[in-house]
Design a protein around this ligand. Structure first.
Ligand SMILES: C[S@@+](CC[C@H](N)C(=O)[O-])C[C@H]1O[C@@H](n2cnc3c(N)ncnc32)[C@H](O)[C@@H]1O
Length: 276
């Protein structure tokens, strides 16, 4: 069990190390957008001490640092050293005195009890193999009345893109089904998030959803974006000698849905908050 979870975490760290330089760096920057929206949803206040778990390239960290001001502090943690190095560079570049980031596992926080007013976690919880351990850790390091706010992707997908799973299934038979774990926690429904927070003893739970459309200028921009985040895991499983065919079919489908302004893709996101 311990070994299995270590192996999963190593795979995740390797994956995000690989994309750390390009992460969310091309096309519509949807992680940056949703990261800011998470901070707004969380209603971070001046002077607060905030922990940003699974910080990545700081989609939430930088706005949180602005919100807490010079009397507050934001500490980002991430399991991928590449992400931490990239974000650290940006912190230095912006000369931020109230923010820092370090390599740390969400399931093993190296902080004392009741150290934070708020914990943020943008699109991270579904990566934790023992998410309940992570939530217990969040409870431990939160002050009484402190809040945990996080985001996940909603199960709903843009109807225009349902061909993508079918295409992946064609090139990677069995992959799409295998990826959907039955009886697992539902990070992609409102009821699922409520249950997860409730079982971890969070109070005053609040959940909202958002639907946001992003426009890619053309097929290439949409394709290139796929290689800048977690989806690279799927792409890398497609046999090398099949990649050109896969790409050709993707481009054909994209051409069919392209509109005058470009390729419009709608994303569906959940924001949830619970109080200690
Ligand atoms: C999809 S990215 C999101 C990054 C950022 N929060 C954002 O919204 O752009 C997920 C991040 O979770 C990190 N991560 C995954 N498992 C983790 C763990 N156990 N502890 C800390 N970070 C983890 C990954 O390294 C990656 O940077």
């Amino acid at each position: 069990m311990e070994d299995k979870s270590k192996e999963i975490k190593k795979g995740i760290a390797d994956l995000f190390n690989k994309v750390s330089v390009v992460f969310d760096g091309s096309g519509p920057r949807f992680f940056a957008y949703f990261g800011k929206r998470l901070v707004e949803f969380a209603n971070i206040k001046k002077g607060e001490k905030v922990l940003d778990v699974a910080s990545g390239k700081g989609a939430s960290l930088f706005l949180a640092a602005e919100k807490v001001g010079e009397d507050g502090k934001v500490i980002g943690i991430d399991i991928a050293v590449g992400m931490v190095n990239e974000t650290n560079l940006e912190i230095q570049l912006r000369c931020l005195k109230n923010a820092k980031i370090m390599v740390m596992d969400a399931e093993k926080l190296e902080f004392t009890r009741e150290a934070f007013d708020h914990i943020l976690c943008g699109f991270g919880v579904f990566f934790f193999p023992n998410y309940k351990v992570a939530l217990d850790e969040f409870m431990r390091v939160l002050k009484h009345g402190g809040r945990f706010s996080f985001s996940t992707f909603l199960r709903v997908k843009d109807e225009k893109f349902i061909w993508l799973d079918a295409l992946v299934e064609k090139y990677l038979p069995g992959f799409v089904d295998k990826d959907e774990e039955e009886d697992g926690p539902e990070f992609d429904t409102e009821d699922g998030l409520y249950k997860i927070l409730n079982e971890a003893n969070f109070k005053n739970i609040r959940i909202v959803s958002e639907e946001k459309t992003f426009t890619y200028k053309d097929e290439r921009e949409w394709w290139d974006k796929l290689w800048t985040h977690g989806y690279i895991r799927v792409l890398e499983m497609i046999p090398e000698d099949k990649m050109e065919d896969f790409k050709r079919e993707v481009f054909e489908k994209l051409r069919q849905i392209k509109e005058s302004e470009g390729i419009c893709a709608t994303m569906f996101v959940l924001y949830a908050c619970g109080e200690k």
